[in-house]
Write a protein that binds this ligand. Structure first.
Ligand code: HEM
Length: 159
């Protein structure tokens, strides 16, 4: 008679189902921050579905679709505060959602305190740079740059 293979306990829980103290990442409970972060992932996920599929539909399906995307197309979109706000919301939500998701993965998988700390520092620094750069691009974008005569949106004097 063969015996069933033994299934070992997941490394982070004890037989009682409690987290093994050696895998506890920090001292006490972290208040409501992790709860808020959990809720934020769900809520931002729902909003992102609308923002991302709206973005894909307008850019890839409507009008000339993907073949219509050029400098003039982007310039025309960002001439409207509506699309500026749409893209800003998409940038901020995707970055906060993605950064918080990767933060969770780092907390789950990086076992050494120093490794966890530095991975998160690199993650947060990268997120801050991308959010600031992206926001600047959306609001400082010049649809009618001096000296350019082709590929401009219709409303530029040089077009
Ligand atoms: C299309 C809309 C999206 C929806 C509905 C969505 C939904 C979710 C949900 C519910 C979670 C939590 C999963 C969990 O805790 O088990 C999650 C995790 C995550 N999301 Fe999104 N998300 C979307 C877009 C994005 C985008 C655009 C990015 C990247 C910028 C992203 C990156 C991540 C990452 C890195 C995680 C962590 C995965 C993990 O914990 O294993 N998601 N997403």
């Amino acid at each position: 008679m063969t015996t069933a293979p033994e299934i070992r306990e997941p490394r982070s829980t004890t037989v009682t189902g409690r987290i093994d103290p050696s895998y506890k990442r920090s001292g006490g409970p972290k208040g409501s921050f992790e709860m808020a972060a959990w809720l934020f992932m769900r809520l931002s996920g729902i909003v992102l579905v609308v923002l991302i599929f709206g973005h894909l539909t307008v850019n890839l399906l409507v009008g000339k679709g993907v073949h219509g995307i050029d400098f003039g197309f982007v310039a025309g979109k960002w001439a409207s505060p509506f699309w500026q706000f749409w893209d800003l919301a998409m940038l901020w939500l995707a970055m906060l959602h993605g950064t918080n998701g990767v933060r969770t993965i780092i907390n789950d998988y990086a076992e050494r305190d120093a490794v966890r700390f530095w991975l998160k520092m690199v993650l947060f620094a990268a997120a801050i740079v991308i959010v600031i750069l992206g926001t600047l691009v959306i609001f400082t974008f010049d649809p009618c740059p001096q000296g350019v005569t082709t590929g401009l949106p219709d409303f530029c004097p040089a077009a």
